[in-house]
Design a protein around this ligand. Structure first.
Ligand code: URA
Length: 240
């Protein structure tokens, strides 16, 4: 038997307004279920079987949504913050209210962030035992020594006692005073990339996440832009 949901939740999840705006719309007769005006917001709906019209427009129910965001700097990886804009604010008011970011990037980190309302998927991606790979591009201050490649591959010990899992460091480019690196880690400890680079004397000047598990940042997305995941990307995530 198909799961039933309340009409007001159905419409709120589909971004038709707040619960109180929706209750008002229902009272005014703007919502039809199976061709009939419904005046009770707590009416249960079977999303796959019943037809819901809002102001004459059909509304189909999507249980889970998935967006790839290129997180810009200055935005918090959270659902609510009293002072700063959050990544969920970027996805927009029109969207459902139960979205959240899968994991966190620091406020000054850019790049790939998955936004969804699928808690089970988030759990699979974040579970420490899964060791999901994450690759970052970092511009670092100073000269990252070649010896860091082997040290990181062996697993370094940070000053505060954290033993990092083996990580893959690629030195891309050295300029006067800076080094560009790619660093792939298999865990996600607090400020991990910054702490690892700091440990070899080269603090991070800018940081961008390029991959997370099977997802790669779509380079067509400028900072602050997002798009739904493709079917192919969803399939890759489902195979995790
Ligand atoms: N490592 C960091 O130091 N910061 C991030 O935002 C992500 C990984």
């Amino acid at each position: 038997m198909e799961k039933e949901i309340r009409l007001d939740k159905f419409l709120a999840d589909m971004g038709k307004g707040t619960r109180s705006q929706i209750r008002e719309a229902v009272r005014k007769g703007r919502v039809l279920v199976n061709g009939e005006i419904v005046k009770e917001s707590d009416r249960k709906v079977r999303p796959m079987e019943e037809q819901v019209l809002f102001d004459g427009e059909p509304v189909s129910y999507v249980e889970y949504e998935y967006f790839m965001l290129n997180k810009p700097q200055g935005v918090i990886s959270a659902t609510y913050d009293p002072r700063h804009k959050t990544v969920v604010d970027l996805i927009g008011d029109k969207k459902r209210k139960d979205l959240f970011p899968v994991g966190r990037l620091d406020i000054d980190t850019e790049g790939l962030l998955l936004i969804t309302n699928d808690g089970a998927l988030a759990h699979r991606l974040l579970a420490p035992k899964k060791h999901v790979d994450k690759t970052y591009f970092a511009r670092c201050e100073g000269h990252v020594p070649d010896s860091a490649v082997k040290d990181f591959a062996d697993g370094i010990l940070l000053d505060d006692g954290l033993k990092c899992l083996p990580a893959a460091l690629v030195i891309q480019k050295r300029d006067a005073g800076t080094t560009d690196v790619l660093l792939t880690i298999h865990e996600g400890k607090f400020h991990q990339v910054k702490r690892m680079m700091e440990s070899c004397g080269c603090p991070v000047l800018s940081l961008k996440r390029l991959t997370m598990g099977p997802l790669t940042l779509d380079e067509a997305l400028r900072p602050g832009e997002f798009r739904p995941l493709t079917e192919y990307e969803l399939e890759l995530l489902n195979n995790l």
